[in-house]
Design a protein around this ligand. Sequence first.
Ligand code: ADP
Ligand code: MG
Length: 310
Amino acid sequence: MELFSRRVLLVTGKGGVGKTTLTAALARLLAYSGKRVLVAEVASEVGEPSALAEALGAPGSSEQPIELERRIRAVRMTPSAGHRGFLHDTLRVRLLAEAAMRSHAIRRFLTAAPAFSEMGVLYRLLELLRQKRPDGSPEFEAIVVDTPATGHALAIAELPEVLLKIIPGGPIGSAVREGLSLMTDACHTGAIVVTLPETLPVTEAIELISGLKRRKVPLTALVVNRMPQDPFTEVERGHAERINAAEGPLFGARAMQRLERARAAYARLQAEVGLPVGIVPDLAATGPELTETIALTWRGLEARHEAANE
Ligand SMILES: Nc1ncnc2c1ncn2[C@@H]1O[C@H](COP(=O)(O)OP(=O)(O)O)[C@@H](O)[C@H]1O
Ligand SMILES: [Mg+2]
């Protein structure tokens, strides 16, 4: 599967569609396949609780990668950690970088323009990508990023190009250039767009996909999350429809309408983007149990896929 060849997967979509849940499930799937995985969430400066760690049943995450379970580490990417790394790489002397970060003038400069906050996050991502083990292999074979919201993901994707125009040379330029090639190289990076099977979210997903295309961010997967489950078997539906037609809506009429609307939204998405769309059902579980159920389902699909190709 394409998912397994990417170094960076950016999970994106509107708030509440299931990004955090699917990021966690994807990390599990990749870890099961033997990869050293880093799950990354984008956080502001303050120490908010980590939804991503929670989805994996762990107490929290921090600015430095910590091990949550076998082959899965988690990190919180803050703009300030990126700025610090950036200043350090630029100034080459950690003491100076620390002092510079304490300088109110520099801090204000780094946080004033919104792009600088995303620049910090992007730089932190680059730092994590560049980390090597003593044998020269990458410390993290796959980094799955839970991006906070649609606008943010686009802003990060847009950033390298914007900054290259402003700062063409020197260490900033080369870091930004590295970022640009990373963000636009289909071998390295892919976006995973998540949406719900409803009219408005599908419309927004279509807009997001064209936004990513314009910014040349490769789309790796498209997932419709929380697809309603069919309440009936074929035979039961036949009975229910007959009874409902004669007696008025009695049996599961609302559930069937919901399912039909969801299927229509799904069909529209598939027709508009011309790509295969993955489906994750609406499940009764929550938290770590939900994550594990999705990861195990994907693992089963993957195993069947492999068996079919042998
Ligand atoms: N496939 C699913 N089935 C049932 N509930 C889900 C599913 N995916 C996500 N949820 C629930 O939806 C809510 C939002 O999911 P979350 O991953 O936090 O979304 P986001 O990170 O995009 O805001 C959570 O309460 C989560 O448990
Ligand atoms: Mg989230």
